[in-house]
Design a protein around this ligand. Structure first.
Ligand SMILES: *[C@@H]1O[C@H](CO)[C@@H](O)[C@H](O)[C@H]1NC(C)=O
Ligand SMILES: *[C@@H]1O[C@H](CO)[C@@H](O)[C@H](O)[C@H]1NC(C)=O
Length: 398
């Protein structure tokens, strides 16, 4: 009897608490519509100030606040959206944001989020209007080149969810993460032409617990690139191409770089890419570490370098005979199949100073997609083991 009463009382109490919670949540979601802050969704009136003001109001209010971009197109100059905020904050894009057509030389961002915890970006279109600025991207030839804006920068952002968002024609990279933690990209579409310079999809550095899922990336540069200090990175269900593939590095270009560890790329496809899975370090280089990297269940179609480890990257032609000091270990390639447009489908070219160790090749089947040739593999200073099917035959040393 006593037990029954207690149970009923408890259930009732729980119900009351739960409905109070639900009510509270519903009340706490405050909407800040940029139109109410003077934005004009005609695609040609600069609405930067309106977004900035809406953001600041939302950021200062308690509970969950939503900055709403209605179902129209808004022209937007560079904006810096800074926290910390008083609660969770969401940018809900029902329509689209359009960048200025002019190159905006020397400005490093279009939209930057900084010092924000619990950020959601939902839906919508970001049109970077990059075409007019691509000719100004001469950084490969000019060391004093001016920066072009990255479409979206996340600096010191934690617990973020970016989903169902499309980014088109960035002027520079599409997304850049610096010093972030617990960030998930889901159902994101990234698109720029094959020959657009430096339009990397998602670049990250000094960031951990980053998830990229079910996303499609087509660019003129790396679909994803992982700089120093990228740890616990999980990418699944990615389609990449055109583009330069998914790249770890380049590393070793500066002193005291943090390691790149615990990287997983699974169930993903590369189509018509320059590289597919790449690890790249400079020579000569500073010290560095790359370890615990897994590429698993990957289909490659017509990639120039499906699997490539290159520890001899020397972009500015000041190269000496010195080798890379970045140590690469425990890198696994598992169930990788498809086609290569070059004959050397597996190229593991490690540093003579610090050879690669613990490389695993398991169930590899990469055919040449040109005429009448068989793929081969090339190894230098690469130690590890091969299991299961090996096409091309493995060249790893024990
Ligand atoms: C990566 O995420 C997928 C699902 O999103 C999960 O199944 C898998 O176990 C994760 N891998 C690692 C190594 O954490
Ligand atoms: C990769 O390609 C295979 C075969 O075409 C397909 O079944 C799978 O859904 C694709 N995966 C992704 C993430 O696009």
């Amino acid at each position: 009897m006593g037990w029954r009463l207690t149970f009923q009382t408890m259930s009732l109490l729980m119900l009351m608490v739960m409905s109070a919670l639900v009510k509270n949540q519903a009340q706490a979601r405050q909407i800040f519509n940029i139109d109410d802050f003077g934005a004009v969704g005609d695609g040609k009136t600069d609405s930067s100030k309106a977004l900035y003001n809406a953001w600041n109001r939302a950021c200062h209010s308690k509970g969950t606040s939503v900055v709403l971009i209605p179902r129209r197109t808004y022209l937007l100059g560079p904006v810096l959206l800074v926290g910390p905020c008083n609660g969770a904050i969401e940018l809900q894009i029902e329509g689209g944001l359009r960048a200025f057509h002019s190159p905006q030389l020397g400005i490093d961002h279009w939209i930057t989020f900084r010092y924000i915890d619990r950020l959601t970006i939902a839906g919508g279109l970001l049109d970077g209007q990059g075409a007019a600025s691509w000719p100004y991207n001469d950084c490969s030839k000019n060391p004093h080149c001016k920066a072009l804006p990255v479409t979206m920068r996340f600096d010191f952002v934690t617990n973020a969810w970016i989903h169902d968002l499309t980014s088109l024609n960035s002027k520079n990279a599409h997304f850049n993460l610096f010093a972030c933690r617990e960030v998930t990209f889901e159902r994101v579409t990234i698109k720029a032409p094959k020959d657009s310079p430096n339009t990397d999809g998602i670049h990250m550095a000094l960031s951990s617990n980053i998830f990229i899922r079910d996303s499609s990336i087509a660019t003129g540069d790396d679909c994803g690139s992982l700089g120093p200090g990228s740890t616990n990175i999980n990418m699944t269900g990615i389609t990449c191409g055109p583009g330069h593939g998914i790249s770890i590095g380049s590393l070793g270009g500066s002193p005291n770089e943090q390691p790149v560890t615990q990287v997983f790329l699974g169930s993903s496809n590369f189509t018509g890419t320059l590289n597919a899975m790449r690890i790249k370090t400079r020579a000569p280089s500073y010290q560095g570490i790359v370890s615990d990297i897994t590429f698993q269940d990957i289909i490659v179609q017509n990639a120039n370098n499906p699997i490539i480890v290159d520890q001899h990257y020397c972009p500015y032609k000041k190269c000496s005979a010195q080798s890379s000091q970045v140590k690469i270990s425990d890198v696994r390639f598992r169930n990788i199949r498809g086609t290569s447009s070059s004959l050397v489908a597996v190229n593991i070219n490690c540093s003579p100073a610090v050879p690669c160790t613990g490389i695993e090749l398991r169930d590899i089947n990469l055919e040449y997609d040109g005429r009448g040739g068989k793929t081969s593999s090339a190894c230098a200073n690469a130690k590890g083991a091969a299991y299961g099917r090996q096409n091309p035959p493995s060249c790893l040393e024990k």
